[in-house]
Design a protein around this ligand. Structure first.
Ligand SMILES: [Zn+2]
Length: 317
């Protein structure tokens, strides 16, 4: 019981590779200078998609040199790679079929236009490109919803190479927000895993529990509260396993494992349609015959299930 849990390795979107070079952001001329030289690589976001090519060895983003029109677009300095290539993200025109909300649409990806969503492509990108796409998407989602000052309602303008918005009326500065969520594998004394079906998910789909951190709460407290609220159990031995940027629209998922005594589950009806304890054999058999649908391989949710299972789940995206 007291054995420390090994942390998750290679969580999609959690790798590094992009040197953010944050010290350069305050240079007011940085973006203008970078967008004036052909060596700069530009990643253009349209709605929640970017151009990418999928090959046999994974996917590559289609980065391009700066274009004249980039100067009139929302741009953000993403950073540099190990060879000192500089990367700028720009928010291009929305796609004709999108409403501009972005970020939470279905991961249909590749519709013949070569544009893909992060959900569609992230697991096939290298760490540098996955990190760039995730950073640009999270920042763009934040910019989209922060065009006005939270203090006085006046318009805000991007500053610091796209990493701050400043109120045009009274100068207050607004920083990109990240909404922290906890996600946890809860295991009982028989080493069974608790998984639940969210309200409205449809039959067969089960996942570990998750929920947003509340103000004034520690991460471990949030884990305990969410499990108590959703299934009525008290957890102990809460251990951190890993975390994952989740820019849909601007979250960070922090993954834990915890123990609980298998008692009667008391489901929160508004959120949980079903919850139960699974043995490893039940998970393997359910995935194999299609009766159990697990979270996508991109997600830390899937990685938590695999961590408990002791091996990867193959054959299902
Ligand atoms: Zn203001």
């Amino acid at each position: 019981m007291g054995r420390p849990a090994e942390t998750l390795a290679n969580v999609t979107l959690a790798g590094s590779g992009l040197d953010r070079r944050a010290e350069l952001r305050t240079d007011r001329h940085l973006l203008g200078r970078l967008l004036a030289v052909p060596d700069t690589r530009v990643l253009e976001l349209r709605g929640d998609r970017v151009a990418a090519d999928e090959g046999p060895d994974g996917a590559r983003l289609r980065l391009r040199p700066p274009e004249a029109s980039d100067g009139g677009r929302l741009a953000v300095f993403l950073g540099a790679d190990a060879r000192d290539v500089m990367y700028v993200g720009v928010v291009g025109d929305p796609l004709p079929h999108e409403d501009g909300a972005g970020g939470s649409g279905p991961a249909t990806g590749g519709e013949g236009d070569g544009l893909v969503t992060l959900r569609h492509v992230a697991a096939d990108l290298d760490d540098l490109e996955a990190g760039m796409f995730a950073t640009l998407l999270a920042l763009a989602n934040w910019h989209r919803s922060h065009g006005h000052c939270a203090r006085c309602g006046a318009a805000t303008q991007p500053q610091q190479s796209g990493w701050v918005r400043r109120c045009t009326n009274e100068g207050s500065e607004h920083y990109p927000r990240t909404d922290v969520a906890v996600i946890m594998s809860v295991v009982d004394e028989q080493d069974r895993l608790l998984m639940a079906q969210g309200a409205g998910w449809g039959t067969g789909r089960y996942s570990v529990l998750a929920g947003f951190l509340e103000p004034g709460e520690s991460l471990a407290q949030a884990v305990a509260r969410e499990v108590r609220e959703e299934v009525g159990l008290e957890v102990f031995d809460v251990q951190y396993l890993g975390d994952q940027p989740w820019p849909f629209p601007t979250s960070l998922m922090v993954g834990f494992t915890a123990r609980a005594d298998s008692g009667a589950l008391r489901l929160q009806e508004s959120e949980i349609a079903d919850a139960r304890w699974f043995t490893r054999d039940e998970v393997r058999a359910g995935v194999a015959d299609g009766s159990l649908a697990v979270s996508s391989r991109l997600s830390i949710s899937r990685r938590l299930v695999e961590h408990w299972l002791g091996h990867e789940i193959t054959g299902v995206r």
